[in-house]
Design a protein around this ligand. Structure first.
Ligand code: GLP
Length: 236
């Protein structure tokens, strides 16, 4: 596992966008797994800038998003569809038919990924409790995509994007741990103090546990973590 520590979020985003851009340039029909949340916003902005400058072409790229809340319309401002449209899709030439979200047909999402050739590069953020996508800590994790129940902590943390906590959907469609681990390459981004504990837990001991879903990423043969100094501050 490659761990890159940057001085701040700006540097993290620059490095992440550069890695993603290099993969698209090397393989124009790249299959990209995409993440939402505040973490990748600047990374997406930089990819959009590269497109605007004529350095990137998304016309053959296929995307599979990690997750989506249950029960939100695609144009709901809190939906991950809306997030992706605003932060990336509306700014680049990615064909609509190449974009996939797990809420439409969750039972066949992993099959659709396989039929697209598998995910070449999966971008991940990190929940403060160590979740990736909406794979919450638990005694067991799902291999495949499905409907999952969010923990109270995640509902609370994610309520910052909603007017009140009661508005946060209690369930979401999420890729499974296998959906993520089958990607050929993983790029995980984490910035800020709130992620330091989970990153420390992931890297300070060789323990892998479903109680810290991100720890499973240690098993991936081609994983890169790009962190800012705050997120890396509890690594010993
Ligand atoms: C949500 C998403 C995750 C994301 C996490 C971190 O729970 N389901 O995919 O990684 O939030 O969000 P942020 O980047 O805003 O800290």
């Amino acid at each position: 596992m490659n761990v890159i520590i940057c001085k701040d979020k700006e540097e993290m985003s620059l490095k992440a966008a550069a890695l993603m851009a290099a993969r698209i340039q090397a393989k124009p029909d790249l299959v990209l797994g995409l993440a939402t949340g505040s973490t990748p916003i600047e990374t997406y902005a930089k990819l959009a800038d590269l497109y605007a400058q004529g350095e990137l072409d998304f016309s053959q790229v296929t995307t599979f998003n990690l997750d989506e809340y249950e029960g939100l319309a695609d144009d709901d401002v809190q939906s991950y569809h809306y997030f992706m449209e605003t932060n990336l899709f509306s700014k680049v030439n990615l064909p609509k038919e190449n974009i996939h979200f797990p809420n439409l047909d969750p039972a066949h999402y992993d099959q659709a990924i396989a039929e697209a050739g598998g995910i070449d590069l999966q971008l991940l953020g990190l929940g403060v409790n160590g979740h990736i996508a909406f794979i919450e800590p638990g005694d067991q994790l799902n291999d495949f995509t499905g409907l999952v129940t969010l923990t109270q902590q995640t509902i609370h943390v994610n309520s910052r994007f909603f007017e009140e906590e009661a508005e946060v959907p209690g369930r979401a469609y999420s890729m499974g741990i296998g959906s993520i681990m089958r990607a050929r390459e993983i790029l995980l981004l984490a910035n800020g103090k709130s992620k330091a504990h989970a990153i420390g837990q992931m890297l300070n001991t060789p323990t892998i546990t479903t109680q810290l879903p991100v720890s499973l990423i240690r098993l991936h043969p081609q994983a890169t973590l790009i962190l800012d100094e705050e997120a890396a501050s509890e690594i010993r």
